[in-house]
Design a protein. Structure first.
Length: 307
């Protein structure tokens, strides 16, 4: 699978870089150091929505419908009866506008992409104006800031579907280790739609509360992050002992989706829960006029055994 061509490249003082594309406001590559100082791309180009900004609603909405303020909205289905990642023409398939880029010491260090989604887009109500700002600093932290406003009540759930392989050589990620700050998860039915329950990870294969190998199971699971309050907090860490690379994930989002559908990559998608508009017990994804949706995720890279 070929990588996307970069529209803009963010570079830090160590020569590490993040390549971004306007096609899906995507991460086209993240080139960071291993323990020997060698720089390589730790992302995996799996095709589809890999590396891209997913919306207007990431993950699934059951029956391609939801009710908001007493009104039923019918969406375009693209996975059986359900809507996946915003519909057949979701945000990952759009060309976003590069709104601005900021430089420092002759290096581009941040870039903003913008997209307008008209009312009725894929069936969703309300015209939506959204932006994604990427910044990459000298501490090897990639920061993603999402923002959106609407002119009518709607729902929103944005994430990035980047796949990682910290060994950066295409080998299976089963031996790479993972920890997720989640004591519970949202069980799903055969169509991958949440049942509405919040279940404990204890005594299941989903228990990543302590650092352990990812293993060979194909995960597609939403974890309920412990202590969520909308503030930026630790969500997960992953590491590879061979390369020495370590990844720490921080987010303001209530959930993180672990996806290992491909053996050579894993995704840690920070987001709201799937099908939240149809489950009042899940954190709300409603957005109304006068409000601004905001979310932040940090992917912080480092080396094992260093601060």
């Amino acid at each position: 699978m070929e990588r996307q061509q970069a529209t803009v490249t963010l570079v830090n003082a160590h020569g590490e870089r993040v390549e971004l594309s306007d096609e899906g406001a995507a991460i086209a590559g993240i080139f960071v150091r291993d323990r020997h100082g060698r720089v390589a791309d730790v992302t995996v180009p799996e095709g589809g929505s890999a590396g891209k900004t997913v919306g207007r609603y990431a993950n699934r909405i059951a029956g391609a419908r939801f009710t908001l303020d007493g009104r039923v909205y019918h969406l375009l289905a693209n996975e059986g009866r359900n809507t996946l990642h915003g519909g057949p023409d979701g945000f990952a398939k759009r060309t976003w506008q590069l709104a601005r880029a900021r430089s420092q010491e002759r290096r581009t260090v941040s870039a903003e992409f913008a997209l307008h989604s008209p009312s009725g887009d894929q069936g969703f109500p309300g015209a939506l104006d959204c932006s994604v700002v990427y910044s990459f600093d000298d501490d090897s932290a990639l920061r993603i800031e999402y923002a959106a406003t609407t002119d009518a009540p709607t729902v929103i759930n944005l994430t990035n579907h980047v796949y990682f392989n910290l060994r950066a050589d295409g080998s299976p990620v089963a031996v790479q280790k993972l920890r997720i700050a989640a004591s519970s998860y949202t069980p799903v039915d055969a169509a991958m739609i949440p049942t509405g329950a919040i279940a404990p990870v204890e005594r299941t294969s989903r228990d990543f509360r302590n650092l352990r190998p990812i293993g060979g199971e194909a995960f597609d699971c939403n974890f309920v992050l412990d202590g969520w309050d909308g503030e930026l907090r630790f969500a997960a860490e992953a590491c590879d002992e061979q390369s020495g690379r370590r990844l720490v994930v921080e987010t303001t989002q209530p959930g993180i989706q672990l996806y290992t559908g491909k053996s050579d990559g894993f995704a840690l998608e920070t987001q709201h829960f799937a099908d939240s508009p149809n489950h009042p017990n899940f954190p709300s994804t409603a957005l109304r006029p006068g409000q601004t949706f905001r979310a932040v995720t940090l992917y912080r890279f480092g080396i094992l055994g260093t601060a």
